[in-house]
Design a protein around this ligand. Sequence first.
Ligand code: NAD
Ligand code: TYD
Length: 354
Amino acid sequence: MDHFEKTILITGGAGFIGSHLVRLFVNKYPGYKIINLDKLTYAGNLANLKDIEKAPNYTFVKADITDAVALNQLFAAHKIDGVIHLAAESHVDRSISNPMEFIMTNIVGTVNLLNAARNAWKDSFEGKRFYHISTDEVYGSLGEEGKFVETTAYDPRSPYSASKASSDHLVRAYFHTYGLPAVVSNCSNNYGGYQFPEKLIPLCINNIRHGKPLPVYGKGENIRDWLYVVDHARAIDLIFHKGVTGETYNIGGNNEWRNIDLIKKLCEIMDRKLNREPGTSAKLITYVKDRAGHDLRYAIDASKIKAELGWEPSIRFDEGFEKTIDWYLENQEWLDDVTSGSYQLYYEKQYVSR
Ligand code: NAD
Ligand code: TYD
């Protein structure tokens, strides 16, 4: 018999944000049993969780959320009290070349999970919670002014953001229609260790390391709001425990950067850390064809979560960025491992054939 006070299912726990969240929960809540369900796609890597894999309150289950039978079996085998759902296809460029995977995992997979939870909890929703993790990209693209608030109308413009918007709507529909105790958060761009090097920051770190071009889409003038991943995990912890059922919370770094400025800053720091002549890495900057439908600017107004739950970013960008760069430089083997094999094929298709 389990002696745990609660059992929490985290989906996508072998990915970037998921692994930070699993680590936080396993360490902070020894009284919770944490089940990490992950399909282990190219983006999921159990090496991300090496430090906690033997913890007595941690279990890994390899499963695909598009497999409804597997999800029902999991809910039958464990008395799950809470779900924190992060499993997703997450890279915009991949969604442009292969939208169907995004429809299957992000939409169908989320509905399968909602159905499995609803079915398992049909006698009572007391003490249960379904927490869906989403992105600011569902709100579309901003001009030079303004920020996304929780009531901003959805206007997704990539297959990725459209699939996430769809899943957000379905989670809210299950709350309104069936009373499923759901909560949603929408976060801005995360940065930190363990991010797959197809995303801007780790991709550029890896390319600087190898003296390869740094591909800047379009003019590099697109703006993203960057948040340190550990601060996102802290916000998820808070919302999971204290958020109001049926509500949505925006999470952001209040930290907007034009891509080109961010890359130039990265180049300066990398030159210093690698003892290279100042200006060496910046020579690698290469302007390439823009991403199709490239959203100009994202920016989050996170005043609701600050006012209602007392959350704000704890790590200043300068500090988080240095920590992140140090992490990749100290974990070059991790970078080499995840960029071998099928990643090479992806990279060749994405960048070389332009
Ligand atoms: P990621 O791509 O690093 O990880 C996704 C994880 O989901 C991987 O471990 C993968 O194996 C798993 N997965 C994919 N398809 C699956 C399936 N069919 N069944 C089970 N597992 C599957 O993504 P991430 O950046 O960590 O993002 C996690 C969540 O946070 C996503 O829902 C994403 O939309 C959201 N989000 C990400 C960011 C960001 O900046 N990265 C910002 C806001 C919100
Ligand atoms: P990315 O990390 O893919 O996150 P998202 O598209 O979800 O915001 O990209 C961040 C920004 O950097 C985005 O404006 C696209 C741009 N970008 C490049 O200029 N070059 C690249 O090689 C990549 C991957 C992204």
